[in-house]
Design a binder for this molecule. Sequence first.
Ligand SMILES: *Cc1c(COP(=O)(O)O)cnc(C)c1O
Length: 521
Amino acid sequence: MTSAGASPLAPEWLAVPADLNRLVPELWAHDVARRPGGGVASGELTVGGLGVGDIKSAYGSPVFVLSEPDFRARSRAFKTAFDAAFADICGGVDVYYAGKSFLCTAVATWVREEGLRLDTASGGELAVAERAGTPGELIGLHGNNKSDAEIRRALDYGVGRIIVDSLDELERVARIAAERGTDTPGAVDGTEAARAKVMLRLTPGIHAHTHEFIATAHEDQKFGLSMAPGTAGTGLSGSGFDGETGTASMAEEAVAAAAGHDSIELLGVHCHIGSQIFEPEGFEAAALRLIAFVAAMREAYGVELPEMDLGGGYGIAYVPGDAPRPPAEIATALAAVVRDACARHGITPPRISIEPGRAIVGSTTFTLYEVGTVKDVVVDVPVVDVPVVDAPGGATAGLTAVRRYISVDGGMSDNARPVLYDADYSVVLANRTSHAAAQLTRVVGKHCESGDIVVRDAYLPSDVRAGDLLAVPGTGAYCWALSSNYNYLARPGVLAVRDGAARWIVRGETEDDLLSRDMGV
Ligand SMILES: *Cc1c(COP(=O)(O)O)cnc(C)c1O
């Protein structure tokens, strides 16, 4: 890349924007814009018409700013697109919002109002759903190590599905459901009471990441029941499986075991093949394996599996150039695969469900930071990264370039993803526009770690200074949810904006909060 003003330190995918003030639509909530020129605060970033200057003075920073209409629109988009694509196959799709991406009672309420269901993965997430009044039958409970207390809580609340992750857990759910049977109100003869509604999480050997997927026979990970032949009977706690253990899979063993328990109602099978996936092929391959499995189980045991969950993982745009597929495109591609495979195997299509998290909440939110220190560091240019035009005859020795470090008032405590996953983000100057030259910049936090990076590489106007506001888009998923109090920083709150008005849906922490669990000497 040799565009004008490009830094030799910039990664290959990062182009110098023609206009540093432009908002790339894919990265932002639909109601984020720049205030038109001419008037007061012209050029500042607004969400639903509310300016970031007003947000900063009323609520401080850092702060997560979430567009409620955008959240609702994305929820509806998934529900509508999948319902339409699967209408003639299984009468529509149940969309479970993956609460772990970002959950509070307001969000639980919105997803219900938009016709979605809710996935939880712990007793705590279940508690939020209960506080929001989400009906039990609209909730799923995930987790590879659910405690007995979490299983009991789920059964008490009448959750619609417990997604079972191991043979161990299947036996535990069966036992707890059977024990509860006798003392549950409405129990008939101590047997009819509470059959636990169960999905089995299978590992179809498909791993997808962004653009590619790989398929393997065996899975080397903690989640799910293996579909690989020959894995039956290999679990530590044998289920007493007496099928053909030579060729059967652990997944098959689980189906047989579940069918043998009066206290279990086996709804179907589930898989989740990864996250931040852009292409539909991995989802399609996983759906094919699950459908073949359902057909095989009907053949082998006469077991009907009326539901199938294809998980979440739909990708979003984090940096310019990321091009996620719209929900309708993914839904149409998946529907074709499910329709054909079911016809080929001669099975009635199961009721399909999906579990998007990031793709619903990720782009609804930006984080607003205030700029503190600005520092230029002279860096040796790695020889391999030098554009040819700048290195005639390979004379690259001693070439240096400036990397600007801009420190903001948050960091890895409010966005752990760059540290955890090497995740890339983008950033814009938010309180004003600027026509200064582009400067390659690294936005960093205020923590005592050199790896405390918020945005690894971005071009910002060269006149950004202390007191300016920066906005980092795409922070709705797995940022607040993963936030910490490292260095005793108060975790930011989440501000929901609708019709030009803002309100806390989770307030920011105070110094009292930070000290509230310190029990003293
Ligand atoms: C995390 C997770 C999801 C949601 O993933 P996204 O990438 O946020 O869509 C869905 N299902 C399961 C089982 C998960 O663990």
